[in-house]
Design a protein around this ligand. Structure first.
Ligand code: HSE
Length: 306
């Protein structure tokens, strides 16, 4: 194989209760990337559309990951990368993760698949460190495994795929303001009261159970964040109003996507998810902030060849 074109999906990390431990992929929203082998022995980026991102190999998440993999596998070929970003970085929808995990997947294909999904996630985490300062696994695992993922352990990395109920849809509101993940992490508490921790891990358990049994009401009751949302929502204009209106409209749950500013809602069925997206629009119209909404099925496939 000399070249590969891939689609790397956007992801919703944390899913409210599972900070740094859970994520899911969207089906339709994401980036397109083209990887072409050459004889240079080096990784280069020839095109980036849709976002202002660095072209330098060691500063761009995708090329950094590609370079690390070619070195690790003692490959003799080089790779040229083209990146088409279909949504903005700093959205809370795992933009850097789509680039990092997209590169990990594509380079593995060009190498003849020497690495498994967990190893690919580890490589992609290097890209997350380049982009946002921490080796976070949730978004990149969501891209590589698809569907819902649970990071059971970071050291050693242990990722489990969780089943996706067939009628589960996500609506996303993306206010066009940029929140950097680094900033969104700097404001978080270092310690939390035991009572809060108990409520949070009970919710993670409830969510995992709800996903396994397609218990939509249990999913809704469990996608609640006692720890991170109260701190981060202050950086997202009109968060409480958006959440209240979407829940009144029939959403199962509403929360912050990753480190924000995007807000996600889970719904049973596409019609309900579309109605929630309308509710998002209604709340954000005439507020002086540009925004985009999306409705998607949960993307059970994750990153793929196109
Ligand atoms: N779990 C990470 C965070 C995801 O919330 O900071 C970053 O998008």
């Amino acid at each position: 194989m000399n070249k590969i074109k891939i689609f790397a999906p956007a992801t919703v990390a944390n899913v409210s209760c599972g900070f740094d431990a859970m994520a899911f992929a969207l089906e339709d929203l994401g980036d397109d990337m083209l990887f072409t082998k050459n004889d240079s022995g080096k990784v280069s980026i020839s095109k980036i559309e849709g976002a202002k991102l660095p072209f330098e190999t060691q500063k761009n998440a995708a090329s950094f990951v590609a370079d690390a993999m070619l070195k690790d596998s003692n490959a003799t070929f080089g790779v040229e990368i083209e990146i088409i970003k279909n949504y903005k970085p700093g959205s809370g929808l795992g933009s850097s993760a789509a680039s990092s995990a997209g590169a990990a997947y594509a380079i593995n294909e060009l190498l003849g698949r020497p690495y498994n999904k967990t190893q690919l996630t580890k490589f992609a985490m290097l890209g997350e460190e380049v982009a946002c300062g921490s080796q976070i696994a949730d978004n990149v695992a969501g891209v590589i495994f698809g569907g819902f993922v649970l990071i059971c352990n970071y050291e050693p990395l242990d990722i489990v795929s969780i089943p996706t109920p067939t009628e589960l849809y996500v609506s996303v509101l993306h206010p066009q303001i940029e929140l950097r993940t680094e900033e969104g992490r700097a404001i978080l508490p270092k310690d939390i009261p035991l009572k809060m921790a108990v409520a949070q891990w009970s919710n993670v358990g409830g969510l995992i159970s709800g996903l396994h049994t397609s218990d939509y009401n249990l999913i809704g009751r469990s996608v609640v964040d006692h720890i991170i949302e109260p701190v981060r929502k202050k950086m997202i204009p009109h968060f409480d109003a958006v959440k209240k209106a979407a829940l009144a409209d029939g959403a199962l749950a509403v929360g912050i996507s990753g480190s924000g500013p995007s807000i996600f809602a889970l719904s049973k069925g596409e019609a309900q998810a579309k109605s929630v997206a309308e509710s998002f629009k209604k709340t954000y119209t005439n507020k002086g902030i540009e925004f985009t909404t999306y409705v998607s099925k949960i993307g059970t496939q994750g990153v793929r060849k196109i």
